[in-house]
Design a protein around this ligand. Sequence first.
Ligand SMILES: [Fe+2]
Length: 272
Amino acid sequence: MGGMTLLTAVWRGAWLEPVYPRVVRAETAIRKLPPEQDGLVIAVLSDFHFRRPEPVMKRVAGVIRREKPDLVVMLGDYRDRRLADFPECDVSRYLALCREGVPALGIRGNHDADLEAAGSGDTPAMLAAAGIPLLAGDRVVLQLRGKPLQICGAGGGADAWYEMTCALAERDPSLPVIGLAHSPEVIGGLPVAPPDLMICGHTHNGQIRLPFLRDILEALNREWQLNFDHGVYELPQTVLAVTSGLGMTRLPFRWRNPCEVLLLTLRTADGP
Ligand SMILES: [Fe+2]
């Protein structure tokens, strides 16, 4: 009996949860969003950490094909610094596969930045081969549903705050602005007003979520802040959306935390 339970747990954590993405749907209201973009859907893919991407990426492609989002954003960690021999050309092929011809934008994750710093990687070229522009301290304005959508992007690593600040400095205040940052940490410490919506990954939602661990950690240390690990957070100046991502780092295992595709629907909002 115990052996069966253990086998089931291993099957769930090593095969089921890393391979079968759950589709998480969330809505958020954005000030100044034009009525034509009410209901616009952004598919968020993050933290790929490619090691055996074929099964999961085929399913991600199926989700994108079925849901037909207006935009796909990819939030980095395409390769894992511990798996540096994973070929960049394969990353490009899988990213192109899962965007399914939908407009897409990408940013770097901390693993991508580390690999490039070690001389092992060319993230802009890797994304370009999949037809995906890389935002690294950049602002772009896309035409979606006949109206402009303003997006600022910053990657992982120590430059993330600087990059986001540079991108936001160029914002057009007449348009809503959406920020893409690898880590939700970027939302703290920005010297300028944050974007109206910030979309992040990086946390993997803990990747392996043991029962009661959160309660135990909070009991041991009341200062412990386990905020912003997964979900949509209404903050005083912005909305923060954090995805648990698709891949795994260190242990090839997810537990009580399946890989996910986040589908974020934008709604118009009144107000100053
Ligand atoms: Fe990651």
